[in-house]
Design a protein around this ligand. Structure first.
Ligand code: ADP
Ligand code: MG
Length: 288
C-alpha cells in the first residue's frame, strides 16, 4: 500500500480502527506500540532554526503532553505531526515523522490527505458559522463519506460528551453555544472522521475551570478509542491526563532561540523524579 492509500481515504481510517484491540489486556499491549515516530533533527522557518533534536514517539491509545516555556516549539512540533507547518513560508523539516511506519514527509505523500486523517483542536474554539449538525458533518463530506450521516453525527456528539446538550437543537448555529460547548463541538467535528491521531493545542486555555475539567474528563474517555497529543501550559493538566510528557526548553546559547527536547518520560516519572536540572527547575516554577 502506498502512503497515499494509507492516508487518503475514509476506508483506510476505518481499517486503522478495526485493527485496534478493544478490550483491557489487549489495549494495554497496543498502547505499548508507537503509533507515530516523530524524529525531528532540525526544523527551520526560513533561516531560523526553531526546533532541533526532538524525538517524541507517540504511543497509540495514550495521551502525550508537550510542556515547556513559551516559544520552545511545542506548537511547532505538534503541527509537524499533521503537516500544518507546510502553510508557513520557509518551513523545512530535517528528520521524519513516521505514521504507522510511513513517513508523512515522504515524496509521495499528499499533505491534504495527512491532515484529513489527523484531527486538530485549537486554543480558541473555532466552530464554523453553520449549524451544529453541519459542523460535525463537515469533515465527513470532505472525506466523501458515503454512510449514515445522522448516525455518525450523533456518535461524534456523544463521543464529545455534547449530545445531551444539543440533541434538540442540531440546526442551531455552532456559534450559539458556550465556550466549553464550542470546544466540545470542535472535538466532535474532529472525531467524526475517526482520525488516527487527535492533536490539541492548549485546548482549555480559553475555558473556565469547570469547562476545562469536562474537556479533561472527555480526553480520558477518548483515549480508549483515539490517540491524543496535547500542548498544555497547565502542568496540573498534564499530570491529570497525560500518560507521557515531553518537556521542551529553549536553547539561547548560540544567540538564537531554538527549542529542543530535554526529557520525555512517563508522566508520573517526569513529575516525581525528573532527571534533568532544567526539568527540575521548570517544575519548581523557576521560569515559565
Ligand atoms: N509562523 C511562524 N513563522 C516563523 N516563526 C515561527 C512561526 N511560528 C512559530 N515561530 C517561532 O518558532 C518558535 C517556536 O514557536 P512555537 O512552536 O509557537 O512555541 P510554543 O508553542 O512552545 O510557544 C518560536 O521562536 C516562534 O517565534
Ligand atoms: Mg504554542
Amino acid at each position: 500500500m502506498t502512503p497515499q492509500e494509507v492516508l487518503s481515504n475514509t476506508a483506510t481510517i476505518a481499517d486503522h480502527r478495526r485493527t485496534r484491540p478493544a478490550t483491557g489486556e489487549a489495549s494495554r499491549v497496543a498502547a505499548a506500540e508507537w503509533l507515530v515516530d516523530c524524529q525531528i533533527e532540525k526544523l527551520h522557518y526560513g533561516s531560523f532554526l526553531a526546533v532541533r533534536d526532538a524525538h517524541v514517539p507517540i504511543a497509540g491509545n495514550q495521551i502525550t503532553a508537550f510542556i515547556g516555556p513559551s516559544g520552545c516549539g511545542k506548537s511547532t512540533v505538534l503541527r509537524s505531526l499533521n503537516r500544518m507547518n507546510d502553510f508557513i513560508p520557509g518551513f523545512r523539516l530535517d528528520g521524519s515523522v513516521r505514521f504507522q511506519g510511513q513517513d508523512i514527509y515522504g515524496p509521495d505523500v499528499d499533505p491534504v490527505a495527512v491532515r484529513r486523517s489527523v484531527g486538530m483542536v485549537f486554543q480558541q474554539p473555532n466552530p464554523f458559522a453553520m449549524s451544529i449538525y453541519q459542523n460535525v458533518a463537515f469533515g465527513l463530506k470532505l472525506n466523501r463519506f458515503k454512510g449514515d450521516y445522522d448516525e455518525r453525527v450523533e456518535t461524534a456528539l456523544r463521543g464529545a460528551a455534547l449530545w445531551d446538550e444539543v440533541k434538540d437543537k442540531l440546526s442551531a448555529s455552532g456559534l450559539s453555544l458556550s465556550g466549553g460547548q464550542q470546544q466540545r463541538l470542535c472535538i466532535a467535528r474532529a472525531i467524526a472522521v475517526e482520525p488516527a491521531l487527535l492533536l490539541m493545542d492548549e485546548p482549555c486555555s480559553a475555558l473556565d475551570p469547570i469547562a476545562t475539567r469536562r474537556i479533561e474528563d472527555l480526553m480520558l474517555e477518548l483515549k480508549e478509542r483515539y490517540t491524543i497529543a496535547i500542548v498544555t501550559h497547565n502542568l496540573q493538566q498534564a499530570q491529570r491526563v497525560a500518560d507521557r510528557t515531553a518537556f521542551f526548553y529553549v536553547d539561547t546559547s548560540a544567540g538564537g532561540r531554538t527549542g529542543y527536547l530535554i526529557e520525555y518520560r512517563a508522566t508520573g516519572e517526569l513529575f516525581d523524579d525528573p532527571r534533568e536540572d532544567r526539568t527540575k527547575a521548570y517544575l519548581r516554577g523557576e521560569f515559565s
